[in-house]
Design a protein around this ligand. Structure first.
Ligand SMILES: *[C@@H]1O[C@H](CO)[C@@H](O)[C@H](O)[C@H]1NC(C)=O
Ligand SMILES: *[C@@H]1O[C@H](CO)[C@@H](O)[C@H](O)[C@H]1NC(C)=O
Length: 305
């Protein structure tokens, strides 16, 4: 754990913000066609999150220390260039090709809400309220993680994670949510580690950190994190309408390696001992499976392997 982070346990709900913008969902449409024509995400003249971006974490519900460390190590790996290739940091470097230069994720506060202070069934505005528990500074984004036993409005039916923004006393803030889908819809939100619900059936990959729910969350976290920094206020980079934008990673849905097609994640690396499918090395010897990201310099979905 980084020495700069600290844990806070919160007891009451502060509502710091007055205006909430619609959250942007990351949908995993398995039957979606893989783009064949060049893909273009337009820039809509708004700010991106660049430079040192503080990411605060809110853990809602029960997560084991091991589960938290898988996610924590992923976030710390984003700017850790010592990992062997292909690395998590080389995946993240693509965000630096969007206007404004590199984005360095710096982990900030962590809040543990292990006793479900808002219950086990949450609506979208409550996610934003939870996100505010970690406080907001300049150039920051707050991420809420919910455990497998927490139901979220729209979870599974249309989304595996979201990001959005609001306005508070100190200005605009960005937030995101990712849920553990293991007991609710792993076929949708933890694919390709679980058999898909619809569409062509290829055998699931073995998850690289031995936890299908958390490795699925890594894919959705990667998706909303890239969307948050390249389209934090819904006027950054996206394709299509602002209500249902296709963003840096969501525009490349379902692609993890070369040769991907609907229902097939593409060629990935396979761990010789565990049989796990992965495509990126991180810190502490970890392996992750990360989704393709749109590269503005080539206008293509870039895969790591
Ligand atoms: C980010 O933080 C590091 C370490 O505190 C500092 O050296 C660097 O100048 C900062 N970068 C920006 C763009 O503010
Ligand atoms: C959560 O609930 C348990 C059992 O009731 C209690 O022991 C613990 O102190 C609570 N934790 C917090 C942070 O309130």
């Amino acid at each position: 754990m980084a020495s700069t982070s600290h844990f806070t346990i919160f007891v009451s709900l502060l509502v710091l913000f007055s205006v909430l913008h619609p959250a942007i969902a990351t949908t995993r449409k398995l039957a979606a066609l893989i783009q064949e024509q060049p893909l273009l995400l337009n820039y809509h003249n708004g700010p991106l999150l660049k430079g040192n971006v503080t990411v605060n974490l809110i853990w809602y519900g029960k997560f084991t220390p091991t589960q938290r460390s898988i996610i924590f190590d992923f976030l710390n790996s984003l700017n850790w260039r010592k990992a062997p290739s292909p690395s998590v940091s080389s995946w993240w470097e693509t965000t630096g090709r969007y206007r404004g230069g590199p984005c360095t994720v710096v982990l900030g506060n962590q809040v543990l809400d292990e006793n479900y202070s808002l219950g086990k069934s949450l609506k979208t505005p409550q996610l934003a309220a939870l996100a505010s528990k970690a406080g907001y500074g300049e150039n920051s984004a707050n991420f809420v993680f919910t455990s497998a036993d927490v139901a979220i409005e729209g979870f599974c039916m249309s989304r595996c994670g979201t990001h959005g923004s609001g306005k508070g006393k100190t200005g605009k803030f960005a937030y995101a949510w990712v849920g553990n889908s293991l007991s609710q819809c792993p076929g949708q939100c933890a694919w390709p580690f679980n058999q898909p619900i619809y569409g062509p059936q290829t055998p699931p990959l073995v998850s690289p950190n031995g936890d299908v729910g958390i490795d699925g969350m890594i894919i959705n976290l990667a998706t909303v994190l890239a969307g948050t920094v390249t389209n934090p206020f819904n006027n950054g980079y996206f394709q299509g309408s602002a209500e249902a934008p296709l963003e840096a990673v969501s525009a490349c849905t379902g692609i993890f390696g070369k040769g991907a097609y609907s229902g097939y994640p593409g060629e990935v690396l396979v761990d010789k001992i565990t049989g796990a499918g992965y495509n990126a090395f991180g810190m502490n010897g970890r392996k992750y499976l990360l989704p393709a990201m749109w590269d503005p310099q080539t206008s293509t979905c870039k895969t790591l392997v």
